[in-house]
Design a protein around this ligand. Sequence first.
Ligand SMILES: CC1CCN(C(=N)N)CC1
Ligand SMILES: CC1CCN(C(=N)N)CC1
Length: 330
Amino acid sequence: DTGSAAAVPIDDVDIAYVTPVTIGTPPQTLQLDFDTGSSDLWVFSSHTPASQVRGQEIYSPNKSSTAKLLEGHTWSITYGDGSASRGNVYVDNFTVGGLSVAQQAVQTAQQVSSSFTSETNIDGLLGLGFSTLNTVSPKSQLTFFDNAKASLDSPVFTVDLKAQAAGTYDFGFIDKAKYTGEITYVPVNTNPGYWTFTSSGYAVGSGSFSSQSITGIADTGTSLVYLPTAIVTAYYRQVSGATNSRNYGGYVFPCSSALPTFTFGVGDARFTIPSSYISYSPIAPGSSTCFGGLQSSSGLGINIWGDVALKAAFVVFNGANPPTIGWAKK
Ligand SMILES: CC1CCN(C(=N)N)CC1
Ligand SMILES: CC1CCN(C(=N)N)CC1
């Protein structure tokens, strides 16, 4: 089996991407945020208080002839940005881009935090991290990828995110039309459950490449790139008027300032993030102060290669044993 579905930016700065999925019988279509940095599949549902729903599509298990309550199971998750959700669990038919899983655990929200309520274009999350991170209790559940893996032509999914355009999540195959040159594969550390790999170094603009190990996670659910402070300060030293603003929570700069590119290494391969991806967004509509797409990871305790980096590559998440991650130009 294989599957292929669109990854569509939800706004004009690519803060997140959503992908259509269908759940139940007859099929109910929701737009989910596919997130390689978590492993819960949760949805806005008929169990979510109306006061917390602001236009999101919901999954109603009582309208699905194939839905079954997973008795006595609950879940609760908090994300890096402080957002959170919790609820109960059903199993039901679940399809992504033509690829179906018969008894997928679908976590129905009974409570979502205000940031999810206000994100009207996201109807839930589909975790693509390792199932060890799943929060369902007393028995943790498998991700869609783990459930589908045995029936896939190849135990992989690929990520092709684009700036202000629809990209693709492919399952079970590697589409040669989506990348150029070779794919560079490197090892993945699955502990504690992210797609953790080690980059071989970086360069700022046309500067020399600094060979150093930068261990971090490939995370489709995070918008920006978060790297060690030394790297980030070296970058913004090249940006006139840049400052690390406590007020705005990170590096900001005059939107008129010229930005260098940022290059990162994966093995011997080099990937260059265009300046336009790093001039992330005005701090408020119409402001002449811009927030950077590259920020310091010092407050996170983990380095994150989020969408700003993923947009610059074609990435293979190889779920074989052992798992690896592959990066190619496109
Ligand atoms: C380590 C953190 C990265 C961001 N998160 C995520 N994509 N779900 C939360 C975990
Ligand atoms: C990884 C998740 C972090 C929290 N999210 C959010 N507030 N929209 C969604 C993605």
